[in-house]
Design a protein around this ligand. Structure first.
Ligand code: WT7
Length: 662
């Protein structure tokens, strides 16, 4: 049942039709309140006419040890940008601002969950990053070694990431909500030498353990590459420290020299690896390099968020995902922005926590996901109304298509009807925003990510790769390379080629359906592959299926995403048990916990149904479309390719009676 990326890429697609036939009505666009740092529409024509010239002009705004020899080498599907150039990302994010007299500017207003607060200036951040970099060296980390980071949202997290960049040791951040097993897989794929973690972090008033998961992940000889574990103290909870392997941050880092010579990195040296779900059970290590990535995320950050010197910018994501990498850390700091960073959840200790933060720091730009907006809607408008949100002037959205209700609520109750909303389409693989308005220049349409960023050549094509006329729907493709594009899947060039470049040779296929209206505006329609988007996080159906079948009592499993009012999509699992196992609700709960232990709590199926069989084609492929229809309670589509038509009715019956029981 685990399909390869290849079979997926070649599969005829039914989803696209279902997606584009959805009828959506939209409220009117808002007035602009942006200050519009890009005020000249010619930026689009300039970039289109001379792609390399456009990016080179922007790249010159970065700080280089040595200029590049060549802007782009493109041997599809392998791109190299700014070859011959040398630079260091931490220098671009820190040193150059300090040298320009901005050392006292706040880089982050940080808020811990228990209410502890700290403002960290650029000068302080540079010192801390240098100390941490020296500590890494003391632990034996050298240029090119990989470092795994598994941390709560405390200042030590961006410090550790930047310290990696300073010494040229690529990091791989593993989201703190992932399980020990998921952490182990990523450590082993990346062959990380060091892991940086904390005793734990705060979540909803309770310290939750991280070091304990690290211990489980690396116990015995399960992660042969790991030599050391660096542990920051956050919660003070009890942890076991293994002598010779585990080192406290405060004992090692704090006493280091406050300066550290930055490595002169080549443009194409790897900056980091970030694992993301694909259509197979094995997550992909997405490779991002130094110059192009930094360029892409800093330019888009400046232009899409209309960043001015006095802005207070808050990207309310977690550094464990690409949104945090690009728009809490690298893009934001490269632009010398003052940002907000917080630990915990939006509704603890109270549902007005975010609005309290906006008021306290006079946040001007807020960037978040539709799922968070819908959660706030659910908690009630009164929480935002208690606070003065008049500092806000720009709102952003990312992670999934934003529905009209959420868009209107955001616009009205958070933006006071004066803030433009920039809906930004991109992915882990693109590294930076690809489709989004430029505030003050692009008229927004609620629910549309609008038009490609300057220099981005996007199209909507049919199954054969022909461009679909305006007004039609199809598959999104990107026709030209861009600086922040992934350079590959770590250790797997074949999978890279197959997943992204085989469906439309020479063009990048992101896996999304899209429609374009008569004005050429893009309306993203969601994934067309076996990838789900739950609360703006990517999860693979196959990965969850594998977790389910790894339970000794499970014979077979199929997982689909179903529409969900809060999380966008929710996970529905269909499970066939081995003979002699009682399909009880208790066992269902055990299976859900089993998935949480394998992948992480975010991967737990919302609904889990035991079924005697699964709908398959004659060639044995599970027809997920039918399962999606069943899970969503929709009328069934075409069933003519089904091997055994009776199966679907059986499952449907079971699902109906299951619902009646609730
Ligand atoms: C997938 C990428 C990019 C950071 C967060 C997720 C969906 C993302 C939008 C948007 C419609 C969107 C796509 C994409 N997506 N932004 N503005 N409108 N869909 O990163 O985990 O790599 O997921 O999220 O389906 O392919 P990711």
């Amino acid at each position: 049942m685990a399909q390869t990326d290849e079979t997926r890429a070649n599969a005829p697609d039914q989803t696209i039709e279902a997606l584009s036939s959805e009828d959506r009505t939209f409220p009117p666009p808002p007035a602009f309140a942006a200050r519009a740092i890009v005020s000249d529409r010619s930026i689009y024509e300039r970039a289109a006419a001379d792609l390399e010239g456009f990016w080179a002009e922007e790249a010159a705004k970065l700080s280089w040890f040595k200029p590049w020899d060549r802007v782009l080498s493109w041997e599809p599907p392998f791109a190299r940008w700014f070859e011959g150039g040398q630079l260091n990302v931490s220098v671009n994010c820190l040193d150059r601002h300090v040298e320009a007299g901005q050392g006292d500017k706040v880089a982050y207003h940080w808020e811990g969950e228990p209410g502890d607060r700290k403002a960290i200036t650029y000068a302080e951040l540079l010192t801390e990053v240098s100390k941490c970099a020296n500590a890494f060296k003391a632990l034996g980390v050298r240029r090119g070694d990989r470092v795994a980071i598994y941390m709560p949202m405390i200042p030590e997290m961006p410090i550790a990431m930047l310290a990696c960049a300073r010494i040229g040791a690529p990091h791989t951040v593993v989201f703190g909500g992932f399980s020990a097993e998921a952490l182990r897989d990523r450590i082993n794929d990346a062959e990380a030498k060091l892991i940086v973690t904390a005793d734990g972090g705060y979540r909803r008033g309770k310290p939750s353990g991280l070091k304990v998961n690290v211990d489980a992940a690396i116990a015995g000889d399960q992660t042969p590459s790991i030599e050391k574990v660096l542990v920051a103290r956050r919660t003070g909870q009890d942890v076991t420290m293994e002598t010779g392997r585990d080192v406290w941050w405060h004992e090692l880092v704090d006493g280091q020299e406050p300066t550290c010579e930055p490595e002169r990195m080549e443009s194409e040296d790897m900056l980091y690896l970030l694992y993301t779900s694909g259509t197979t059970a094995k997550p992909k290590g997405i490779v991002h390099t130094t110059a192009g990535y930094l360029l892409g995320c800093s330019v888009t950050h400046r232009y899409v968020f209309d960043l001015n010197d006095d802005d207070v910018y808050w990207c309310a994501a977690d550094l464990g995902w690409v949104t945090g990498h690009s728009y809490i850390l690298y893009g934001a700091l490269a632009n010398g922005a003052t940002g907000v960073m917080y630990e915990g959840t939006p509704d603890y200790p109270a549902p007005d926590r975010w609005w309290d933060i906006v008021e306290r720091y006079k946040v001007t730009i807020l960037y978040t996901a539709p799922t968070a907006i819908r959660a706030h809607m659910k908690w009630g408008t009164e929480h935002a109304a208690k606070h003065d949100l008049s500092s806000l002037r720009l709102l952003g959205s990312v992670g999934e298509p934003i529905n009209p209700e959420a868009w209107m609520w955001y616009h009205r109750h958070i933006g006071g009807e004066r803030c433009p909303i920039v809906d930004t389409w991109w992915q882990t693989e693109t590294g930076a925003i690809m489709i989004a308005p430029l505030p003050g220049l692009t008229t927004t349409k609620p629910g549309s990510a609008t038009v490609p960023f300057p220099g981005v050549d996007a199209d909507v094509v049919d199954a054969e790769g022909n461009s679909v006329p305006l007004g039609g729907g199809g598959y999104l493709v990107l026709n030209k390379p861009w600086p922040s594009m992934l350079r590959g899947i770590y250790g797997n060039p074949e999978r890279y080629r197959e997943t992204y470049w085989s469906r439309y040779p020479g063009r990048y296929f992101p896996g999304d359906g899209a429609k374009r209206d008569q004005d050429g505006y893009f309306w993203l329609l969601g994934r067309v592959d076996d990838v789900m988007n739950v609360s703006g996080h990517r999860l693979s159906t196959t990965e969850i299926e594998s977790a389910l079948v790894s339970h000794e009592r499970v014979a077979e499993a199929a997982v689909v995403g179903t529409p969900d009012n809060l999380t966008g999509e929710a996970i529905s699992a269909f499970v066939i048990l081995k003979l002699g196992t009682d399909p009880s609700p208790t066992f269902g709960e055990e299976l859900r916990q089993h998935v949480a232990a394998k992948i992480g709590p975010i991967a737990k199926p919302k609904t889990l149904m035991f079924t005697p069989d699964l709908p398959k084609t004659r060639s044995g492929k599970i027809m997920r479309r039918l399962l999606r229809d069943i899970a969503a309670g929709r009328a069934l589509g075409d069933t003519t390719t089904l091997a055994d038509a009776g199966v679907v009715e059986e499952i449907r019956e079971a699902s109906r009676s299951g619902k009646d029981d609730e």
